[in-house]
Design a protein around this ligand. Sequence first.
Ligand code: URA
Length: 242
Amino acid sequence: MPQMRLDKLLAHLSCGSRKDVREMIRSGRVSVDGVVLTDPAAKVDPVSAQVALDGQAQAYRTQRYYMLNKPAGVITASRDERHETVLGLFPEKERRGLFAVGRLDKDTEGLLIITDDGALSHALMSPARHVSKVYEAEVEGVLAPDAIARFEAGLALRDGTVCLPARLEILSRQGERARVRVTLHEGKYHQVKRMIAATGGRVVQLRRVQLGGLRLDPVLPAGAFRALTGEELMLLQQPAER
Ligand code: URA
């Protein structure tokens, strides 16, 4: 493989824009094969070079993986005539080939993976893999006293659809309002809202905080995205825990 400028390689590794990565290199945050390089124009072999940013190894990737903190009011689609889309939150030149892994409702916030890796998307969404998805919700109404046990046993929705066993945790309660955490191993249409409805509550706010082993970065603002680190990508690729 031909040699590549270090700043170009880092930008290619989704470490930041060309301008950002030049700054990272100049400030001594980047090492190649264990040696700190401060010249953005230094030539490196993109395949064999062991590049690290702040001590974290950056694997050469031909595919792109982003964590998006989806804001409410944006639909999970690539393009839409009437609504703002999650891909619309990306600069136009980065958008090509990207898609969302799975779907969140328009009013749902939180963790959404945006990638161009069809195989990973397929693996994460495959019903046979049961990859866990963790949501936090604000709920109105009084949940049935046996709600936790019914989630655990495999809840029947109001239309008779039976869900896989899931976990319901009550994080806090104040009068007829509660904050709950729901862990699912499947992804039926409006599933959290329908499960909560089947146990007497109404979801008024919903946020996905985890997919497989990957947690939403708590400091990533709503509407913002960033590239996954190598470690995060590994967490996403790990088999789901049940
Ligand atoms: N469950 C829902 O009800 N909505 C989502 O967006 C995701 C899970």
